[in-house]
Design a protein around this ligand. Sequence first.
Ligand SMILES: Nc1nc2c(ncn2[C@@H]2O[C@H](COP(=O)(O)OP(=O)(O)OP(=O)(O)O)[C@@H](O)[C@H]2O)c(=O)[nH]1
Ligand SMILES: [Mg+2]
Length: 311
Amino acid sequence: MQQFIKVIIAGLDNAGKTSILTALNKKYNFHKDIISLTPTIRVEYQATEFLKNRVVFWDMGGQEKYRKLYQKKQDLYFSGTDLLVYVVDIQDSERFETSMAYLDMILKNFKKHKMDVPLIIAFHKFDPEFIGNEQMVEQIEALRKHILKLYPSFRILFQQTSIYDIISIVQLISYGLSVFDENFFDLSELLEKSLKEFDSESLILFDKNGIIISEYYREIVEPEIYVELIESIKEHLFLLKRMQEESHETDYAFSSIGDELISYLHRIEINNESIFVSVIIKEKLKDLLLEKFSEFTLELIELIEPLIKGK
Ligand SMILES: Nc1nc2c(ncn2[C@@H]2O[C@H](COP(=O)(O)OP(=O)(O)OP(=O)(O)O)[C@@H](O)[C@H]2O)c(=O)[nH]1
Ligand SMILES: [Mg+2]
C-alpha cells in the first residue's frame, strides 16, 4: 500500500528552506534558481516519491506574520506530521533565540498531541568557507547541546548543510526519510559488511530521484581521497539521472578518478523500481568487486523488496 509522508520544513524567514528544496529538486545547475527565490507566502507544497511512498514537503513560509498564523492554527498545520526538518541559519546568530522559540512552539504542539515526530535540525548556510572555523563550530555545538537538553524525549538528528554542498542537502532529506524506519538498519548492516568485503571507500544506494536510501563509508578516509569521493558521488547523481532518461542499454558504468580510484554505478530493477548502487574503490580491487557483486545484489534485493512492495 502506498503511504503518504508529511514532512514539515520550518524555520525563520530567510533561513534557506525553499533553497534547500529547490537544490534537492535540481541537484545541479540550481544556483540560478536559488538567487531568484522570493519569500514564501504561507505554505508551498512539493511532492516527490521515495521507494513508492508519496512524500509531501510542507515548505512553511517563515515570516513573523505566518509564524503567528501557524501558532494560532497549530493543529491545522502540524497534525499528521511524519517528520520535521527544522532549518536554522547559522550565519544569523542574532536571531537564534527567536528561532529556538519557534521550534519550541512546534515541539510543544507535538507533545500536546503525544506525537512522536522525528526531528532533523539543519544547521544551514554552513558554507564550505566555514569548514574548520572554530568560532562557528563552537556556536553550532552550543546550539546542539541546548536543543538536546531541552528535548530529551525527541529523536533528533543534526546535519550541517549548505546549498554550496549538494551532498549535504541530499543527505539531510535522505536521513530524514530513512533513518527512522527500522528496516533501514538491516540495509545499513549489509552495506557495512559489503564495504569491508569489497574493501571499497564508499557504498551508497540511491533511489531513482537521487535520494540516498542508505550509505556507508570507510571509517577513515584519507583527505585526498575524500575530495575525489565527493566529486564522484556528484557525478553519480548526474549519471543515474541520465541512465533513467536515456534508458541506457547497460545497467552499469565505470569511470576512473585520479590515478588510483574508480567509481562504479550499477542499476538494479526491483519490482519495476530502479535502485542505484554507487561504489568508489581502488582500481586494483576492481576484479574482486565484480566477483562479489552479484551475491551482494541478491542480498540487497531481498532487503529492498519489502520496502517497495505494493502499489
Ligand atoms: N550563504 C548561503 N546562502 C543561502 C544558503 N541557502 C539559502 N541561502 C540564501 O538565503 C536566502 C533565503 O533563502 P530562502 O530559501 O528563500 O529562505 P526561506 O527559509 O525559504 O525564507 P521564507 O520563505 O521567507 O521563510 C536566499 O538569498 C538564498 O540565496 C546557503 O546554504 N548559504
Ligand atoms: Mg521560502
